[in-house]
Design a protein around this ligand. Sequence first.
Ligand SMILES: [Zn+2]
Length: 279
Amino acid sequence: MNWFARWRDRRRRALAAAHPVPAEAWQLLIQASPCLNRLALADRAELAVLAAAFLCQKTFLKAVPQPDGTFAYGDQPPAADICLAIAAFACLPVLRLGLDSLRSWRTVIVTPGEYSLRRLDDDGSGVVAEYDEAVVGDMSDYGPLTFSAEDVALSGRGDGYNVVIHEVTHRLDAAAGAVDGVPELPAAISSAEWAAAFAPAYADAQTRFERDRHRGQRHRARTAALIDDYAAESPEEFLAVCAEYFFDDPATLQAAYPAVYALLSRWLSQEPLSSQPAS
Ligand SMILES: [Zn+2]
């Protein structure tokens, strides 16, 4: 850690000491979230420090989506329990990497539920299609992260769904330059090693997605996919969905794609499967 990073770390710890997370709400959140509940006591305490600093240093805006696709911002901040959950889930992946990894953006926008996002799709021949897509969270380049409060409330329940971890993983992915499923890697992990674990797993997710698509809705109950089908969308979505499972349903990810689980564990220096709940 260089001098400036140490200074930022000290400042964050001072902020967290002055404005700690509300004890009762924090306890309720931990009890409701297996991914937080399985942390050892020392890790829980560190996460509380990071979350408190996150709450102090990010600007939370409550937004109401308008029919034209823009947001109207209210005077009131989003509900405190939603902000606390966002802070906890956003800091969980960077528990070891540190809050400097989340420095590149400042604003968190919270909508009540699903909202629509204007997308531009270039088909490669110069024809650009414009369409609206319903989403529950998104990351804009160097700008805010946006989350649906409804989906934050559904996140972290132990079924592999966590919209906050998903978008934060995209942000960590973006830190390496392109959002392409390859984040900034520590010296101990080569990009070849990363590709050797992720490429076959992603190809497998795509094959299973195709199989599910051909079987149609009738057989939806017996899906071939080992993790959420959205992982088959692109390498970056595969990384983001795997990160959700890594924390929120690690046993499923480990069983489905053990090499991916092992590499996520080395990248983030965390081992959710062997963590023991402290209480
Ligand atoms: Zn995504």
